[in-house]
Design a protein. Structure first.
Ligand code: C2E
Ligand code: CA
Ligand code: CA
Ligand code: CA
Length: 275
């Protein structure tokens, strides 16, 4: 049994080595991907709950890998955060999204997801203001989506920087609202312009009266605090009708559209925007 145990240990060790090797390889590939422009943005419509018409689009990054095809962000953003590559990816994303939005057929907002790690690693206020200056996108058309993980470390410094971003005229949204430990506490600490209710509540609302009560409470909280409320992950007409009834401001989800390739955005606008 002793020998077996040692063998198992050796196996575990070499397994660990190969995990590290694989991570290093992926990291090198990702570094190259950035240089060779293999990252692409897809854009998912954000529609007004009042009339189902698009008012903006959220940029969602994908890695267009020559062999593996379209790799979702869940498979490389965590690695990019660990390795620090998120700095390059984040800088690129903000500028590419702003640039794309200047070419859209209409003055739709563009929402960009900001990693907490990117925020820590760079002078994020300059990154944002440089992207706006370089592309000429009016700051009022840019929204930044952040999760509460950002506010855990050095909240005072983070809040100071968020205030400066907001002062540029940029909208600051709290993403995945309700999934962390202190979503409500953070609303007191920082004046978010917008809350995106996490899709888990929307999904659960179809079956679960408690989830519907929570959604109703968040919507009413938004009205009290004058914060814009968006619900993500909307997949059914029933959900649309409920979210409209409780007066959410904006909806997003597969019911309206999946994330679109850049080339398909104009067609979507033509078919769905106000005449
Ligand atoms: P998120 O910001 O919460 O984005 C919403 C995710 O839900 C997206 O997945 C979107 O495609 C998906 N989704 C949208 N509507 C529906 C729906 O009706 N039903 C279901 N089941 N899913 C829906 P995606 O594109 O794979 O992105 C996953 C996460 O990766 C994002 O979650 C965000 O946290 C992160 N991410 C995406 N793009 C970026 C980026 O450019 N930078 C950073 N730092 N993170 C990003
Ligand atoms: Ca988001
Ligand atoms: Ca979410
Ligand atoms: Ca998220």
């Amino acid at each position: 049994a002793k020998a077996e145990g040692r063998g198992a240990y050796r196996f575990f060790e070499s397994q660990m080595d190969s995990d590290v090797r694989e991570r290093r390889m992926l990291e090198a590939e990702l570094r190259q991907a950035i240089a060779e422009n293999e990252l692409v943005l897809h854009y998912q419509p954000l529609v007004s709950a009042e009339d189902n018409r698009p008012s903006g689009f959220e940029a969602l990054v994908r890695w267009n890998h020559p062999i593996r095809g379209l790799v979702p962000p869940s498979e490389f953003i965590p690695l990019a955060e660990q390795s620090g590559l998120i700095k390059q990816i984040g800088d690129w994303t903000i500028e590419a999204a702003c640039k794309a939005a200047t070419l859209w057929p209409g003055d739709f907002n563009v929402a960009v997801n900001l990693s907490a790690r990117h925020f820590q690693l760079s002078d994020i206020v300059s990154v944002v203001s440089d992207a706006l200056a370089k592309t000429g996108l009016p700051p009022q058309r840019l929204e930044l989506e952040i999760t509460e993980s950002l506010l855990i470390e050095n909240p005072d410094e983070v809040i100071e920087r968020l205030n400066r971003i907001q002062a540029l005229g940029v909208t600051v949204a709290m993403d995945d609202f309700g999934t962390g430990y202190s979503s409500l506490a953070y609303l007191l600490k920082f004046p978010f312009d917008k809350i995106k209710i996490d899709k888990s509540f929307v999904t659960a609302s179809s079956e679960d009266a408690v989830a519907r009560d929570i959604l109703r409470s968040i919507a009413s909280l938004g009205r009290t605090l004058k914060i814009h409320i968006t619900a993500e992950g909307v997949e059914t007409l029933e959900q649309v009708e409920f979210l409209r009834e409780i007066a959410c401001n904006q909806l997003q989800g597969f019911y309206f559209a999946r994330p679109l390739e850049e080339l398909d955005l104009a067609g979507y606008v033509l078919a769905n925007a106000a005449p």
